[in-house]
Design a binder for this molecule. Structure first.
Ligand SMILES: [Zn+2]
Length: 222
């Protein structure tokens, strides 16, 4: 545990970043969260993030990134577009370089509050084609940010090599299983907790949850 160190968590109010927030609270003496408002379909996502941060007693900043909507035609930011994913292609919620931009802005903020640790829930295991979620990119960006700002950032990716089931396991180990299950928003249709069950985000989340619950029962933990 790094009790004298400060961290900033890139936080969306979803399962992954909320698990990362709990992880950071266990690792670091001081933790802040940053959420990006880029014209998400569901304003609820931001409200959800605010509520969680408040409940966990974490200082929370919402940064306006609405310019993302100006840059791309995208189902994540345009309510008049339907979310779809064709086989072998990126879903049309994909925004090129989004993660790159978010982490770079988070780093500027982090230095401003004298935090050298940046925590993000990106994951290569469930890699759905987002190049800026790959480990090699994160490592490259870490070097770039350190050079850009002459500062020793450490980017942490606790979920990088684990799948959705193991992410539930991590939440459980952090004592946050019920909290993450009931309070986070993953669903593209804006339904908190177990969600609509139909959208791609819900399907992925539920598959991981079922796998984890089965393995937990298998070990007789409940
Ligand atoms: Zn859903």
């Amino acid at each position: 545990m790094l009790k004298n160190e400060k961290a900033i968590v890139v936080f969306s109010g979803g399962q992954d970043s909320t698990t990362c927030l709990f992880w950071a609270l266990q690792q670091f003496g001081e933790v802040e969260a940053v959420t990006f408002n880029y014209g998400q379909r569901h304003k609820l996502e931001i409200e959800c993030a605010k509520e969680i941060a408040k409940e966990l007693g974490v200082k929370h900043t919402v940064l306006d990134m609405s310019l993302l909507g100006q840059l791309t035609q995208n189902a994540l930011t345009r309510s008049d577009m339907t979310i779809e994913q064709k086989d072998g292609e990126l879903p049309n919620t994909f925004v090129d370089g989004r993660n790159h931009l978010f982490l770079s802005f988070a780093a500027v903020m982090a230095k401003g509050i004298s935090a050298k640790h940046i925590v993000t829930g990106v994951c290569e295991t469930d890699f759905s084609g987002y190049p800026d979620c790959r480990d090699v990119f994160i490592k490259s960006l870490n070097v770039t940010l350190n050079l850009a700002m002459d500062y020793e950032f450490v980017i942490h990716t606790p979920l990088m090599w684990i799948d959705k089931a193991a992410t539930w396991k991590l939440a459980d180990e952090l004592g946050a299983f019920d909290f993450v299950r009931e309070r986070t928003l993953t669903c593209y249709n804006g339904i908190i907790g177990d969600g609509c069950g139909e959208c791609p985000a819900c399907k992925l989340r539920r598959a991981g949850l079922e796998t984890y619950l089965h393995s937990r029962e298998g070990f007789g933990a409940q």
